[in-house]
Design a protein around this ligand. Structure first.
Ligand SMILES: Cc1cc2nc3c(=O)[nH]c(=O)nc-3n(C[C@H](O)[C@H](O)[C@H](O)COP(=O)(O)OP(=O)(O)OC[C@H]3O[C@@H](n4cnc5c(N)ncnc54)[C@H](O)[C@@H]3O)c2cc1C
Length: 445
């Protein structure tokens, strides 16, 4: 592609066969062949890309590790994919400021490890944490099991270095929790899925690393018994750092076809609970918890060491990949329902007759509802089923995405189900920040 000739500080990939891997992420969405893939190595490449995108009329699609589940990084018509994996930079931890600075290209696992090496903790933990990039987690405001207690990625972002429409990199925010100088532009970029500008680095908030963990495998004799437990725990003053679940269908699949450690999983449905506050391994804490669980505590397994804790989490972490391998065409959604309405949600979902299985983050009502037969379902019917699912979540006071974002996959539903005033404001912001429409065109709004 001639318009990229002589691009400074960059690797440019043009061969159609080399472009293939960039057509997809981990969603069901297929992109179109991009004009090229550019791996910038420095700010000059970005500045020049922005200038040429405006004059030549092509779009720029940012990409981290491509593990997203909403089609956010797949190329649309007349776009260049900007792959941040070769962007340079080290991770710097400041224990005094309880923060860490890292480039967008840093693998999330390295960010978490750098904090841990100093006895500190960066809580965001999408189940893809071993493969995704920091920039992708910022752009999608990623969640994960720990969001139950610690919140989403945005709750841990102090400052963002972002490439904006002028082609320059700006730093929004300071390395301190307290900063109150008008609307927060760093937070505007977090969760914006690359439509306002590109994130090239960030300063993240850290907290002392928890030193005690109680990890429980809680089988439910009756699936329905699990559904009011998140609300009961919170109302009784317990705040798990994670509360994950498998519904009966996912649990059966795991038992029948999963790895060795999944074959012995007990119960009709199953929850994994973890607590990490000081004192959570003490007798009084466990007794109070057992009191609250009552008869549900029958069959409860408590991880007694790190190895057992690791084994419990390993099964949870591989669930998404396991289901995808068995049902490659499945569609995985991530709706949210308020904790207090989980029981009502599953009763109504069953009544709607949408063939689905669920697992995910029960503790904060973020449910991964999977339509395993999506590949064999007529597309118009599948769209109707998804819309009915989203409407149900919205009717119950929830929303259509808890952590994966909108991207391309949920754009139509987002536009249809949102307050028109909200869409109008978002479009006005997009027009102001990206007047030429070069940043991730066709996504979100
Ligand atoms: C097995 C598995 C488990 C998962 N579990 C979770 C989970 O528990 N919680 C959760 O929240 N998510 C989960 N995800 C999806 C999740 O969104 C991602 O894994 C992660 O946040 C995306 O990171 P990435 O680097 O792969 O981003 P990509 O997929 O490359 O991109 C995601 C979005 O961010 C944009 N983007 C990427 N980099 C930048 C940048 N530098 N500047 C601006 N925009 C950018 C892209 O254009 C796209 O819109 C899971 C995915 C998989 C495959």
């Amino acid at each position: 592609m001639n318009v990229l000739k002589g691009l400074p500080e960059a690797t440019v990939i043009r061969e159609p066969s080399d472009l293939e891997p960039f057509l997809r992420d981990e969603s069901h969405v297929h992109g179109v062949l991009p004009l090229a893939v550019v791996k910038p190595h420095g700010p000059m490449a970005l500045r020049e890309l922005v200038r040429r995108a405006k004059t030549e009329g092509f779009g720029l699609v940012p990409r981290g590790a491509g593990t997203g589940k909403a089609g956010g990084c797949v190329p649309t018509d007349r776009t260049v994919v900007v792959d941040f994996s070769a962007w340079p930079g080290d991770i710097h931890v400041s224990p005094q400021d309880l923060c860490l600075k890292a480039p967008a290209s840093a693998p999330l696992r390295e960010v978490k490890a750098a904090a841990e090496a100093q006895g500190l903790f960066y809580p965001p933990d999408p189940n893809s944490w071993e493969s995704c990039a920091l920039g992708g987690t910022l752009a999608t405001n990623a969640g994960g099991p720990n969001a139950c207690k610690y919140g989403m990625t945005r709750h841990w972002v102090l400052a963002v270095d972002a490439l904006m429409d002028d082609g320059e990199i700006h730093t929004f925010g300071i390395p301190s929790l307290k900063a109150n100088t008008g609307p927060n532009l760093a937070q505007l970029l977090v969760g914006s899925e690359g439509i306002f500008g590109f994130i090239v680095g960030a300063t993240l908030r850290l907290t002392p690393r928890p030193s005690e963990f109680t990890t429980l495998l809680l089988p439910a004799k009756r699936w329905a018994d699990l559904l009011d437990l998140p609300g009961r725990l919170c109302a009784a003053g317990f705040l798990p750092s994670a509360f994950e679940f498998f519904d009966p269908a996912v649990l059966s699949e795991l038992r029948a076809h999963g790895p060795e450690e999944a074959r012995r999983l007990p119960g009709e449905a199953l929850a994994i609970l973890e607590f990490d506050e000081r004192g959570c391994t003490s007798e009084p804490f466990l007794e109070a918890l057992l009191d609250l669980l009552g008869p549900m505590a029958d069959g409860l397994e408590v991880a007694s060491d790190e190895r057992q804790r690791g084994a419990i989490w390993a099964v949870r972490r591989m669930t998404s990949a396991f289901l995808k391998e068995r049902h490659p065409e499945k569609v995985s959604e991530d709706i949210v329902v308020p904790r207090s309405r989980l029981g009502e949600f599953f009763t109504r979902l069953e009544g709607l007759g949408i063939p689905s299985v669920s697992y995910g983050h029960l503790g904060d009502g973020n449910l991964h509802v999977n339509l395993l037969a999506a590949g064999e379902t007529e597309p118009a019917l599948l769209d109707r089923q998804l819309m009915v699912l989203f409407r149900l979540a919205v009717d119950l006071g929830g929303t259509l995405s808890g952590e994966h974002g909108i991207g391309l996959a949920k754009r139509d539903a987002f536009l249809a189900l949102s307050d028109p005033g909200q869409i109008q404001i978002l479009r006005a912001m997009k027009g102001a920040l990206d007047p030429c429409g070069i940043f991730n065109p066709g996504k979100v709004i």
